[in-house]
Design a protein around this ligand. Structure first.
Ligand SMILES: [Zn+2]
Ligand SMILES: [Zn+2]
Length: 317
């Protein structure tokens, strides 16, 4: 099959590789895969990953282990953490913190920038007909946005700032807006802020001084300085949700966190079921974020575009 492959210290390349085989996992033909910030970081060396990257996908189950035959032919999206099944985290159903986990396209498991990938049936969710492929490919990042509701109470009266106007910022902002109308996106890019406004979101320039008035600030800037900016915006006893994973350190002055008694919350993967519901009910809109759908062969220009565009999708088959 065709796949994009990362080898340590080398640029990503399109290769002919064997179709992956795992006896305990379903084989999925990938219809669409999304390029996200984490993938761009992996290309820079984040997570020291080698293999096939890509973890946002939708596809059709081609074959399955005997006990999972009912999945064959289903159109699915998939949770990306694969637990060991034996540790305390896995026993508690929290496979995203399993010490020995594999993560699709990020850690010890082949990813979705290929014609096929494999996943255990327990990770799969059927995509309703109301959600087309170009929308379904957003389930994983929308689920990550939904994780915030499990960690922090967002009230109808909460004032929320989103630091970052990129693909994840505009998804997080829309998800938060289902809980409170008072959401402001802070960004640096006029074109992306314009898209945010068409989605009904309030916007502000990144440097606008609106200091210390937000109950909750979500840093999705993907930049080291995003956390500093978030700490400037949050009110005393407010909450900063950290959603940026990047390869490197974030220099911050820590005393204001102590003096203002700010709660810092790290936040990663989230629940797929509410994400699918939000997309199926059109409570959030993803089509305005898509700048291009490219075949695998055009990966070089697709990745280049993904560095400045909102969302670039790959269509492997
Ligand atoms: Zn991602
Ligand atoms: Zn485990």
């Amino acid at each position: 099959m065709k796949a994009l492959v990362v080898h340590p210290g080398q640029p990503i390349s399109l290769e002919d590789v064997p179709v992956p085989q795992h006896d305990a996992e379903c084989l999925i033909r990938v219809a669409m895969a999304g390029i996200c910030g984490t993938d761009l970081q992996i290309l820079q060396g984040y997570a020291a990953f080698s293999g096939i990257p890509g973890h946002e996908f939708v596809g059709i189950v081609e074959s399955a282990p005997a006990k999972d035959k009912r999945w064959i032919g289903k159109r699915v999206v998939g949770e990306i953490n694969i637990g060991c099944g034996a540790c305390e985290w896995c026993a508690a159903g929290v496979k995203e913190h399993c010490i020995d986990r594999a993560v699709v396209g990020i850690r010890r498991h082949e990813g979705a920038f290929a014609e096929f990938l494999t996943l255990p049936a327990v990770n799969l969710h059927v995509v309703p007909d109301a959600v087309d492929d170009e929308t379904a490919v957003f389930v994983e990042p929308v689920a990550a946005a939904c994780r915030i509701f499990e960690q922090t109470e967002v009230a109808r009266s909460s004032q929320v700032a989103i630091v970052g106007d990129g693909r994840m910022g505009l998804l997080v902002a829309q998800v938060i807006k289902t809980a409170t109308p008072k959401v402001t996106v802070f960004g640096r890019h006029n074109s992306k802020l314009a898209v945010a406004r068409t989605l009904g979101l309030a916007t502000a320039i990144a440097t606008d001084s609106e200091s210390r008035r937000f109950d909750i600030v979500v840093d999705v800037s993907g930049r080291p300085e995003g956390l500093t900016r978030a700490l400037e915006l949050v009110r005393p006893r407010g909450t900063v949700v950290m959603k940026s994973t990047f390869h490197g350190e974030a220099p911050i002055v820590s005393w204001p966190i102590v003096v203002d008694e700010v709660t810092l919350v790290g936040s990663r993967c989230g629940p797929f079921a509410p994400a699918l519901e939000l997309l199926a009910s059109h409570a959030i809109h993803v089509k305005p974020l898509i700048s291009r759908v490219a075949p695998l062969e055009e990966y070089a220009s697709a990745f280049a575009e993904a560095r400045h565009a909102l969302k670039v999708l790959l269509a492997p088959s």
